[in-house]
Design a protein around this ligand. Structure first.
Ligand code: M6R
Length: 607
């Protein structure tokens, strides 16, 4: 996730302060770095792909003059990680220069409008559009602040922006919508940044900028206004007592739990993916004679859920395949009419890339969903979608799983529309539900986090767990099981509930914990039957069910209630959240490190 840092220094050159600030944002992950400073009413920009120290050695950021400046670490979302795409970005004349963290949803339409008005663009980023839009708005504004606010009112999406301009060389302008932005004030200067760690060496007196707010910084402090109507907001400084390590995790004890709670935001980002990429993938998928959904680990579970979604929404049969099995199982039948949709957070998983290479050699169409722009997978794919989850530092996949799901679900609905398998009303309804999925996840986490912690303690001595679900929930069960076994080191089982009486039921003894996924929907009658079977043999039933589902609650020793109204095919996106939290607390209770489970790597790049 990009890091932004801006500073008006009171008594020393700003460039070394910016470099230090950016280094403290390195933990967020990045692929390129850039700095802009203002000196003698002129802006100088230096930037390139690479790590801070290495780029600094080459470009000598520290020698840049001026006491006001901005710096950025970029984690590519639109456009490859290159020098040209690195931030800061400027308007046509280099008079307005800015940095951005987030995704501008409507950048293509604004870019087209500005191209028609004669603006020159050099990068492929969404960010550069904002600099040109402010330049355009400035033509009909009396101040830069007015132009800035007008431009902000036109852009949709997520952003934390910091801007310097030779038109107002004493100030930094910044704004926030859904991407974090914090201000700080000290004797040394005035600061803005994506995150508290960047300014901790200088101050612990900070103010959070909220969604829909803009701020103007000068050497004395800052003023905050509402973007909508330019009304002034009074906000005092808060003194924080976080250590650097706590600040990097935003006060959470581990990255994993921070990432679990980031899911509402990462889902919102995933819902903003450019429609033309979605359309491209949908067209290729529609043309395939057979479609293979190829992935490993958690990404495979997303594929498994997607196969149910493609079938339910678009009446399309797809084959979810564990990537290491793909060549053995399907290799000989792959040909020019085959489509391989590879799903990989890292885009570097060895087995997935091997499967993809094999299919490419046989002329199959390769499509991808990944979290990593510029990864090998993006380079070998005909078309791909970048899921915009931001870097995931915890080894266990959490936020990247739910983002993969919501992207695959949207592809399923688009396929349904393309194939004429969905009515206008159903289409409107499901698209309406997509928009509120992040809120459902937020509510599920809020309402259940303390209860999950209590349950994780209650069951912390157990040596085996069963996870059962039917239909699409069998994918949720598998993912819940994977989280618990990889973090809590418990050899848990997961099955489609209907399979349980074909074997797994034999492990049930008095008191065996059995976690059931019970969203309301077509599978409900059967799941109640499975609960009864397990209960009759002494299992302790822990159910994840819809709020107020008296029948399921009545059969359960413990239960976690999910918000009402989630369509069953989309339920894994919400129902997996308590299972992620359960595994997290379970690992903590046992003294294991949930961020770095033993024997596991974040990205498996070896055979
Ligand atoms: O980067 P990928 O999505 O291709 O990674 C696939 C798996 O290695 C990954 O999901 C792994 O299973 C995680 N540890 C799950 O939490």
């Amino acid at each position: 996730m990009c890091g932004i840092f801006g500073c008006i220094s009171k008594d020393s050159p700003v460039a070394p302060i910016i470099i230090q600030g950016l280094k403290r944002l390195e933990y967020r992950g990045y692929d390129s770095v850039g700095v802009a400073t203002l000196y003698n009413e002129r802006i100088e920009v230096r930037k390139d792909a690479g790590k801070i120290d290495e780029v600094n050695n080459r470009l000598r950021f520290s020698e840049m003059k001026g006491s006001i400046g901005i710096g950025h670490t970029r984690w590519a979302t639109h456009g490859a990680p290159t020098m040209v795409n690195a931030h800061p970005h400027s308007d046509c004349n280099g008079e307005i220069t800015l940095i951005h963290n987030g995704v501008i949803e409507n950048f293509l339409e604004i870019k087209e409008e500005l191209l028609n008005k004669g603006h020159n663009f050099v990068s492929r980023t969404d960010t550069e559009v904002v600099a040109h839009l402010i330049e355009e708005e400035f033509k009909n504004s009396s101040t830069l602040e007015e132009a800035f606010l007008k431009a902000l009112r036109r852009i949709r999406g997520s952003y934390a922006i910091a801007l310097i301009s030779s038109k107002e060389p004493e100030r930094i302008f910044c704004a926030r919508n859904e991407s974090p932005l914090v201000l700080g004030v000290s004797e040394k200067g005035v600061f803005c940044a994506s995150d508290v760690p960047a300014m901790l060496p200088y101050t612990n007196k900070i103010a959070w900028v909220k969604n829909g707010e803009a701020a103007v910084l000068d050497s004395e402090g800052f003023t905050i206004v509402r973007i909508e109507d330019n009304s002034k907001i009074e906000r005092g400084l808060t003194e924080i007592t976080w250590t650097l390590e706590m600040a990097e995790k935003q006060g959470y004890p581990h990255f994993m739990v921070k990432e679990i709670f980031e899911q509402p935001q990462s889902l919102r980002n995933a819902l903003r993916i450019q429609k033309q990429y979605m359309d491209l993938l949908t067209t290729f998928l529609d043309r395939g004679r057979e479609i293979f959904l190829v992935a490993a680990g958690t990404s495979y579970h997303a594929c498994l859920a997607a196969s149910y979604l493609f079938s339910k929404f678009a009446r399309l049969v797809t084959y979810p395949v564990v990537s290491s099995e793909f060549i053995e199982n399907y290799g000989s039948s792959i040909g020019i009419d085959s489509v391989v949709l590879a799903v990989s957070q890292s885009g570097e998983t060895f087995d997935t890339l091997k499967a993809v290479d094999y299919a490419r050699m046989r002329a199959a169409t390769i499509l991808a969903v990944t979290n990593t722009v510029g990864s090998t997978l993006t380079r070998v794919s005909r078309a791909y979608i970048v899921q915009q989850s931001g870097p995931e530092i915890g080894v266990a996949a959490t936020k990247t799983f739910t983002s993969q799901l919501i992207i695959l679900a949207q592809l399923g609905v688009r396929l349904a529309r393309m194939r004429g398998k969905i009515s206008q009303d159903d289409l409107d309804e499901i698209e309406g539900v997509f928009k509120i999925m992040p809120d459902y996840v937020e509510k599920a986490l809020e309402n259940n986090s303390s209860k999950v912690e209590v349950l994780s303690k209650k069951y912390s001595g157990e040596r085996v767990f069963l996870f059962l679900g039917r239909g699409v929930s069998s994918a949720t069960a598998l993912e819940g099981r994977l989280k618990l076994l990889e973090l809590g080191y418990v050899p848990a089982l997961a099955y489609p509930a209907g399979e349980s009486k074909h074997g797994p039921i034999s492990v049930i003894e008095e008191g065996t914990p059995c976690i059931f996924l019970c969203p309301k929907g077509e599978t409900r009658k059967e799941i109640i039957g499975s609960i009864m079977e397990m209960k009759a043999r002494g299992a302790r039933i822990i159910s994840i069910c819809e709020e107020g589902d008296a029948e399921i609650i009545g059969l359960s020793e413990d239960y976690l209630e999910m918000p009402k109204g989630i369509p069953e095919p989309l339920s894994p996106i919400v129902y997996v959240a308590p299972l992620q939290l359960f595994a997290y607390h379970f690992a903590c209770n046992r003294g294991a490190d949930p961020d770095k489970p033993r024997n596991l790597a974040k990205s498996v790049t070896v055979p």
